[in-house]
Design a protein around this ligand. Structure first.
Ligand SMILES: C[S@@+](CC[C@H](N)C(=O)[O-])C[C@H]1O[C@@H](n2cnc3c(N)ncnc32)[C@H](O)[C@@H]1O
Length: 303
């Protein structure tokens, strides 16, 4: 991505080794790990530039799946390559830092590692590192933003799978938040939607919670009825729509538009077989934010 050019030339963060790294590609399955990090850092810098001009605004960075601070808990030689998004965001000083940082991590070991690194490297920043579930904390953040109108938040939601509940996203309606979200369209939704439409109840329930739709609507959206006349009469069956993963990406964008005024184009993250694993997108109530996000995810973006 040309986006790397932007980070290398204008980022105060020391990220001179930001190249796709085989180690990362092995442990996480694709260079999207790097791409999404670059996208969020580039957006955060543009966001802080805008907020810097509004003296009354206080800024909050919310990371719902913060990790340990490094992409791998056992970093090999080159620390720069595997530094996680949380630390890269904390390194931003120019044009300004965020006023507050709130990191959520479910795993106790990861939370402790992140907390220690932040204590050592960023002792003067106002940080909260909490062990918990992102869904619950998203709802708490929504309440906080609605009560504290001087705050604007940039949120980064980076799950491995379908652990974000639609209800938590819905809670962000009318809150001053720009949300970057990694939607597991291929790795999650696409895999649960079987070819025949026979879906285990547990999976169907997970899809309902994730998409905020009931099972009938899910079936209508992703499956079509087929029929053919054979020697023994008409046969009917249902079949998964072609392009179900792309459909899931568009569906999630449309759903986000019911909560936020604007939703960016989505950045499709593919594995080495060129299959889409995730769609990465940004939702905001701010038109300027939309333009920045769309520019950043353009394939040849260069500032
Ligand atoms: C993809 S990693 C995060 C990487 C990190 N965002 C980065 O760029 O450096 C996902 C992390 O989320 C944590 N996690 C999983 N489920 C969670 C949940 N429901 N709430 C909060 N954290 C969760 C995992 O323990 C893992 O450390």
């Amino acid at each position: 991505m040309m986006l790397r050019y932007f980070i290398l030339t204008s980022c105060p963060v020391k990220c001179s080794n930001l190249k796709p790294n085989p180690q990362i590609m092995n442990s996480f399955g694709g260079s999207w790990t790097i791409d999404k990090m670059e996208i969020v850092v580039a957006y955060a810098q543009a966001y802080l530039t805008i907020m810097n001009k509004q003296a009354w605004v206080k800024t909050l960075y919310f990371d719902g799946f913060a990790g340990s601070g490094h992409i791998d808990n056992d970093p090999p030689e080159s620390e720069d390559v595997i530094k996680g998004t949380a630390l890269r965001i904390l390194e931003i000083e120019d044009p300004k830092s965020f006023d507050l940082y709130y990191f959520v991590e479910k795993n106790k070991k990861n939370k402790n590692l992140l907390e220690q690194t932040i204590k050592d490297q960023f002792p003067n920043k106002s940080t909260f590192i909490v062990q918990g579930d992102c869904n619950q904390k998203l709802e708490s953040m929504a309440d906080y933003l609605k009560k504290n109108k001087q705050f604007r938040a940039l949120a980064f939601i980076d799950p491995y799978g379908m652990s974000v509940n639609w209800k938590s996203i819905e809670s962000l309606k009318d809150a001053g938040v720009d949300l970057w979200i990694l939607v597991p369209t291929g790795i999650g939704v696409g895999r649960l939607l079987t070819q025949t439409g026979k879906i285990d109840d547990l999976w169907l329930n997970r899809l309902e919670i994730f998409l905020g739709m009931d099972k009938e609507d899910i079936r209508k959206h992703f499956y079509k009825r087929q029929s053919s006349f054979t020697l023994f009469g008409e046969e009917n069956w249902i079949e998964k729509e072609k392009g179900a993963i792309e459909k899931a990406g568009i569906l999630y964008q449309e759903k986000l538009k019911t909560v936020f005024k604007y939703v960016s184009d989505s950045f499709a993250m593919r594995n080495s077989m060129n299959v889409i694993m995730y769609h990465f997108m940004m939702a905001t109530n701010n038109k300027a934010g939309l333009k920045i996000a769309n520019d950043i995810i353009k394939p040849n973006y260069k500032l």
